[in-house]
Every structure is written in C-alpha cells, then in structure tokens.
Ligand binder design. Sequence first.
Ligand code: BES
Ligand code: MN
Ligand code: ZN
Length: 489
Amino acid sequence: MINFTNKFDDKCENWGVFVSADKLLLKTSKLEVEDMVKINKFLKKIQKSKDEKKIHSFDLSEDKRCFIIILKEKLINFELNNLGGSFRNLVASNKGLNKINLLISENLKNKNLSEEELVSEFMYGYVLKSYSFDKYKLKKELDPVTKIDFCVNKPEKFNKEFETLLSVKEGVFLARDLVSEPPNVLNPKHYTQEIMKLKKLGLKVEVFGEKDLKKMGMNSLLGVGQGSANETFLVTIKWNGKKQKVKPLCFVGKGVCFDTGGISLKPARFMEEMKYDMGGSAVVVGLMKTLALRKAKVNAIGVVGLVENMPGGNAQRPGDIVKSYSGKTIEVLNTDAEGRLVLADALAYAEKEFKPEFIIDLATLTGAIIVALGEEYAGLFSNDDKLSERLFKIGNSINEKVWRLPLHKNYDKLMNSKYADVQNINYAGGAGSITAAQFLQRFVSKNVPWVHLDIAGMAFSKKAASINSGGATGFGVRLLNDLLRKHYE
Ligand code: BES
Ligand code: MN
Ligand code: ZN
C-alpha cells in the first residue's frame, strides 16, 4: 500500500531518501539527527567512490535499512518510472521490510517536473514493476513491502495525481493478466466473460457469436475459427465520456487466443508463446478499462475479434476463398497468416458501423517485425502523418516506442491474388510486416486516418525490463492513453 502523508508515524524502521546528484547531501527535519549524520556520511562515501549507481542501500543499524535514490536535475517521466522500477527490484531483494518511509531532501529540485509528477512517476514505475502472475502457483510470492509512506507537503495533491496513474496501471495489469492466462482458460468464450465484467464501470459491451457473425457476413474472421471447438466472437466496447455527439475514436485488436498456425501448422518449438497472440486485443480491453476508470472525456470504441486458430477436420484449408465483411474476397494461401484475416473484418466493421475519427489497430501480426525491430520498437504503419508523428513523440517520452515503416503501392501489388480480390500472404517473399500492413490497408478507406501497430515483439518478453517483471508487458495501453489525454480531451 502506498500512502502520501505529511506526517510519519514513529514506528518505521526503514528509510528511503531522495537526494540531488548535484549535491549529495540530505537536508530534512523529518529524521533524527543521528540517522541523518549516518546517511550523509554514506553519501560522502558514494561521492568519493564516483559510483554511478542511482540507487543504493545500506544498514542504518541492525534491522534498519536505508535506501538512497539519486536524482539528476533534468529527469523526464520514463526515467523516473525506470528508477521506481529499480527501486522496487532492490526492495524486493531485501526480505521482510514491512514498511518504508520515503522523503525528499529539502534541497532537491527538478527543472522539468513538478514535485507531484516527480513523486508519482517514480511510484508509478515502482507499481508497474511489482506485477506478478502467480495465480496458478500453490506458493505465492509475498509482497516484500506491505506499506510505503511518502512524506510530502501537500498530500491531497499527490493522492489525486497518483490516482490517475493508478487507473492507467489497472488497464496495463488487465492487459498483462489477459495475455498471461493459459490458452485452455482464456478461450474466446471465457474472454468475452472477462470483458463483460467491465460493464460495471459504465462501459457498454456487445458480444456477437458465430450465428450473428454469419448473418453479418464476417466470413474472414469465421474462417480462422472454423477448425476450433471453441466459438468465435466479435466484441465491441464503448466508452461515452463526452456529452456532445462527436465521431468516436476506434481501437481494433487481434484476439487470437491461440495460434497453432492451423493447417499451415507451426513448428513445436516455442508454440506455447502463441497464447499471447491475443495481445493486441488485450491492449484494447485494458485501454477501455483505463478510460472508464479515469472517466476520460472522449468517446472511444474498442473492437476485438476473439478466435482460436486450430487445425481440425473442419479447419480452413490453404487455397480456400472467403468473402469478407467488406465484400472483398480473400484467397487464404497460408492459414498461419490468420491475424490479418481477423483484422480485415474487424477493421471494415469498425469503419462502417462507427464512422470514426480515426482507427488504430494493434496486433501481434508478424514474426518479421521482431526480425526488424526486436523488443525495442513496435512497427507503425499509417496513412496519416500527423497521427504517426504524435504516436512517435509520445512513445519516446514514455518509452513505449514506435517506428514507422512504409506503405507503398508496389508492396500492395504483391498481395494481388490470381483467383480472388486479395491473397493473405506475399509469395514473392520479403517485407513480411509491410505486406501484412498492405493487406490490412485494403480494408480501410483512404479518407479514414488509420494506424496499424505490429506489437509482436512488444507484447511479451522473456526478459524482465525496467518496469516489467518479465512476461506480458501491456505495451500500448500507456501509449494510447497518453495520445488521448494529450490530443483528444
Ligand atoms: N501470430 C503470428 C505472428 C507472431 C510470430 C507473433 C512470432 C509473435 C511471435 C502470426 O499469426 C503469424 O503466424 N504470422 C506469420 C505470417 C506468415 C505466415 C506470412 C509469420 O510471421 O510467420
Ligand atoms: Mn499465425
Ligand atoms: Zn497469429
């Protein structure tokens, strides 16, 4: 539990102090003089040793730990998040701390950020890093710290700032939870039930099952789920935060609960990772939760296609031709290029049904984007420079980075089919992520601003990173939430 207060209770044993990198000196009236002297001695030692580490810890006495957090003058948001994450790591390696009191040295100033931002961004990183998914373990890891009291001058202000960040955290954690669930639990049906739970926050949820989808003509989406015993769904989630009737902002997500590749079966090695092939949809669902929790003043709609890609007696074959919702026919040359088949119908539906201001889709769409960008950047494809530029800038500032790759009619040609309007893979080879994006572009009108984010490298990471504990990252929730907050509210 994190609490902002202007008065510490006396019982706390452990301390954490924020000091300035310019002047490694603690000034405060909140500590006993004896402890302050010890801390300043330690700071002198750090100064002499020219240790570059930003976070340190030492024993003030037996059973009394002290943490030092050193801040440079011009820190920006994500650097503070990262510091908070490292602090969490260090805290977690000290077992049984119970409670820590945090305070800021009186001589510390930051030029870029207000004190509220500084403190809450730090604690935000701490909280994001503390995620774990151990519901299937008999022995759960206990939280290493039960309580953190942060001493500040005006606690009311801090609580408010932090509350907003916590609603973003809720969205990020929901996305991580959904991605982490094993595929035998989170099948499309179960997924719809999880989404339905969001109704109590004021979101409007509509679920379309196979019967509805057939009537609507969503054969591209249905084809993907044809070999699975689990039913296919399309779900829409609406948040009406604006009274005026304005065009909604639309978010579309790939929700392939498990991707075996279908008849174009994937190799066994790492196939278990394909439970996170619903990562794009999880970001959309997480984002919608965040918007509702923080009562965002936007009208936003999430559309997710939930389906399982399995081989089987009734599965779709390479060579099948399906008629998509848009009316265009698709030749399915490879059943493992299924994400685009899901999105083709979801995108066309989102545009026709909601006439949105823009559409942003997210998908773990291609292995090729991992070859190109690894785990650093999501691939961005768009017909709109302004929207791309905005996402690029925000991405850099919060460290959810995107890199734009081209769309071009010469790539588009590679997706022409001999027998249908379009085919689902590029047989000429090369440009795997771009040709996938070209395929998607055929299902949105030119005049609708559209962004496709290929997050195959970002949704999940085997390694732990600054503010992820390893596993599902929730990449995209913070990026899109900030886009709305900065430019649409
Ligand atoms: N879900 C995969 C993409 C993927 C691969 C995500 C690795 C995360 C990690 C997607 O459905 C897929 O199988 N794409 C194929 C496309 C190919 C058949 C044209 C791929 O990337 O190999
Ligand atoms: Mn696939
Ligand atoms: Zn897939």
